[in-house]
Write a protein that binds this ligand. Structure first.
Ligand code: GLN
Length: 456
């Protein structure tokens, strides 16, 4: 049914870069047989899933939305993909994304943008717009995304879906093509909070192949979602972050946010206002740390090891460096080049302390703001994104305007804490979905599920 839906609508939505109909059907048949024999491989055996194209899939193309990886077929599976296969979830295909997960609109994909199923002239968010659009347009019941600065939560907000960024280290990053290693997390994209909890429990947990993976059991996320669904929030202290609402936020988004807070109060929650003064520096901090890590990660695309290789025009017997330069020139898009330049500059000798070093210090202050806020509140809440889905092309030529979409989502990545975005209704001025973000202390992912489920 999902493959039929994709055949019918994905010409207009473009959620997928690659659909594996044959593979998915074979996996579905094997699952049918297991379940008929009464021995399902997991609770989600047989439930199909879409996977963001930044996760390595053995035998299936993995491009990261970039020309430079065109034609690359990974010889191995990311740990989370291996887990999906073992648990019997048919993999429908690979979803579109901003190139190397840099962006908030999916317009930086080298293969053309994804369209928001609510309004095809609008962006589905990014970088994981493909995963969110696949779920929102009923082409997949579940998807995996990655969130480095909001790429699961912001697409969730603007497509009316649920997206979760787990605690840093809570889900394996092995086989995830790194954007910024200290910020990246893999997480679920679904239509309900309970679905996210089920998928998170499946893919989460310790992986010895990821040195930053946390060796400790996950909290019971499904139980937390079920508890939240009872609608009882008594005893839960909700912190409204002063710095993450108000100026710069669309009125309709703020109205839905305030209504959701009211709903939680009616359910018995206590609301406290908290202030996190260094959050105003989060965006600047992120856009130093991220390009620094990304520029170093992208150095491996040297025209020798993976994907594309371009020989420079009119050069006889070009040197390795000339081939590398021609390949990187053609293979990387503008946003990727911009961040490589920013990152290598921030890391260069003489500037390192002033930029990268300073950003790391502010990052520590942001974590301390979280600690102080979590001493007063069990969870922190804000709108997920400042606006609803904007028009395709509207911010493409203005990188700073594009970066501002991540205002509310970035602090969680800098501090490594978990966050969820759940739909909070439609904004009055445009009838488009708005998102409500819930953040919790590291390792307390269960809290975001409890509060998120109470809003469904
Ligand atoms: N929009 C942010 C960026 O461009 C977030 C990306 C992400 O989470 N992968 O960096």
């Amino acid at each position: 049914a999902h493959l039929d839906r994709t055949a019918a609508v994905d010409g207009a939505v473009h959620a997928y870069l690659h659909v594996d109909a044959e593979g998915a059907l074979a996996q579905a048949e094997a699952s049918d047989a297991r379940r008929a024999a009464g021995s399902p491989a997991s609770r989600l055996d047989g439930v199909p899933i879409a996977v963001k194209d930044v996760l390595a899939t053995q035998g299936l193309p993995t491009t990261c939305g970039s020309r430079i990886l065109e034609g690359w077929i990974p010889p191995y599976d990311a740990t989370v993909v291996d887990t999906l296969r073992r648990a019997g979830l048919p993999i429908l295909g690979k979803t579109n994304m901003d190139e190397f997960a840099m962006g908030s609109s999916t317009e930086h994909s080298a293969y053309g943008p994804t369209h928001n199923p609510w309004d095809l002239d609008r962006i589905p968010g990014g970088s994981g717009g493909g995963s969110a659009a696949a779920v929102a347009s009923y082409q997949a019941p579940l998807a995996l995304g990655t969130d480095t600065g909001g790429s699961i939560r912001q697409p969730g907000a603007v497509t009316g879906t649920v997206g979760v960024k787990p605690t840093y280290g809570g889900v394996s990053r092995y086989g995830l093509v790194a954007l910024a290693n200290s910020l990246d997390q893999v997480g679920p994209v679904t239509r309900t909070v309970l679905d996210s909890a089920l998928l998170h429990e499946l893919v989460g947990g310790h992986d010895p192949r990821d040195s930053t993976s946390i060796d400790q059991p996950l909290p019971d996320l499904v139980a937390a979602a079920e508890l939240g669904a009872t609608g009882d929030m008594s005893g839960v202290r909700i912190g409204v972050v002063k710095e993450l609402s108000g100026e710069g936020y669309q009125p309709g988004v703020l109205a839905r946010f305030e209504e959701s807070v009211e709903l939680l109060v009616k359910a018995g929650a206590e609301v406290v206002e908290v202030s996190c003064p260094t959050f105003v520096h989060a965006l600047a901090t992120y856009y130093l740390i991220l390009p620094a890590e990304a520029s170093s990660n992208l150095a491996k695309f040297d025209a020798m090891r993976y994907g594309l290789r371009v020989y420079p025009d009119g050069v006889d017997a070009p040197s390795a460096e000339e081939v590398m330069r021609a390949t990187r020139d053609k293979g990387f898009g503008d946003e990727v080049k911009r961040r490589i330049i920013l990152g290598t500059y921030a890391l260069s000798s003489g500037y390192y302390d002033a930029y990268y070093g300073q950003a790391q210090k502010v990052r520590t202050l942001i974590s301390r703001d979280f600690e102080a806020a979590f001493a007063k509140a069990d969870v922190l809440v804000s709108p997920t994104a400042p606006t609803t889905a904007f028009k395709l092309g509207e911010k493409l030529d203005d990188p700073l305007a594009m970066y501002l979409n991540d205002l509310a989502t970035i602090p969680a990545n800098l501090a490594g804490v978990p966050g969820i975005s759940v739909p909070s209704g439609l904004a009055d001025e445009d009838g488009l979905p708005a998102g409500f973000q819930v953040l919790a202390p590291a390792l307390a992912d269960d809290r975001v599920y409890r509060v998120g489920a109470a809003l469904e």
